[in-house]
Design a protein around this ligand. Structure first.
Ligand SMILES: [Fe+2]
Ligand SMILES: [Fe+2]
Length: 307
């Protein structure tokens, strides 16, 4: 049995006043306001630490589906790298970027994500990766019955736009990767930040969804089974994506530091058990209780649409 813990949307916040003051004078103002008004009050450091510690103890591999930092500040990257390195001392870690990790074009083009998280981006088939500003993607780790495939959907966007884009070249590379015999004989576990299945209007998808979601889903057509794991929506949800060859389970993890009365939003991590023959045996979650002192088992209700 191979067990994967899935965490997402850590939104590690800068805690230094100097950087916060500097933010007031640049384009990060929208993210700053966002932090203060909507997210700053509900992200708890103690919740995040508890989630990282529990996930590292309970799984064979920890995957992180983006928005690891909040405003892609250097201090946030340093802090987040140190937190994930702590997890990596006991279990292997794989990450993909979220829109918050590549907040502005300079962060993207100066390759901050790959620079800070290079240890968590390594691929067993590096010759199939593209050299993208976010790092070498798609990546893959071949571990027992699973092939853990990382896809980057994070691109810099103007203020108030949070949508993702994979791009034709990366999708072509993904198709080649899924066809590789060492990948094809395993159960694919695909990581992407933005929602791969989205029942909302096209306008909403262009605002904060996966702009080329249809092309991404077409790239998954050869898969008869597998997991597509995402974040971004800050809620634990699950739906099904039929393919010509079978069915994929599409699952979101909530924000790993969120304090919220709704248990499907509150901090926790998802767990997936994959048997030696590649069968997906269990999809569930461990969620902090309302006091934040203990984890409880939770199911993730299957819905017609993930969002
Ligand atoms: Fe997020
Ligand atoms: Fe996001």
């Amino acid at each position: 049995m191979f067990r994967i813990a899935h965490i997402s949307d850590l939104h590690v916040l800068s805690r230094t006043g100097a950087e916060w003051r500097a933010m007031l004078f640049n384009k990060r103002i929208t993210g700053y306001a966002n932090t203060l008004l909507r997210r700053g009050r509900v992200h708890r450091r103690d919740f995040l630490i508890a989630v990282l510690q529990a996930a590292s103890k309970e799984a064979d591999h920890v995957v992180v589906t983006g928005d690891i930092t909040n405003l892609a500040l250097e201090s946030e990257y340093d802090d987040a790298r140190s937190l994930l390195s702590g997890v990596a001392r006991s279990v292997e870690v794989t990450v993909v970027p979220g829109n918050h990790d590549l907040y502005l074009p300079p962060i993207f083009h100066e390759r901050h994500f790959a620079y800070h998280f290079g240890d968590f981006l390594k691929s067993d088939l590096p010759e199939l990766a593209l050299d993208l500003p976010a790092g070498p993607f798609p990546s893959v780790k071949l571990r027992g019955p699973v092939a853990i495939v990382g896809v980057s959907s994070a691109v810099p966007r103007p203020p108030f736009i949070a949508s993702g884009f994979v791009g034709d070249k990366q999708l072509d590379a993904l198709v080649r990767m899924l066809a590789h015999p060492e990948v094809a004989r395993r159960t694919a576990v695909i990581l992407i930040h933005h929602p791969p299945v989205d029942g909302r209007s096209r306008i909403a998808q262009m605002r904060d969804g996966l702009v080329d979601g249809a092309a991404f889903r077409r790239a998954l057509a050869p898969l008869a089974r597998g997991l597509v794991l995402f974040g971004h929506v800050h809620m634990r949800v699950r739906c099904v994506l039929p393919t010509p060859a079978g069915t994929l389970d599409v699952v979101a993890a909530s924000g790993a530091a969120l304090d919220h009365p709704n248990a499907s939003v509150r901090a926790g991590f998802n767990l997936y058990d994959i048997a030696g023959d590649g069968a997906i045996e269990r999809i569930g979650a461990r969620v902090l209780d309302a006091s934040g002192s203990a984890f409880e088992n939770a199911s993730i209700a299957e819905r017609t649409e993930c969002i």
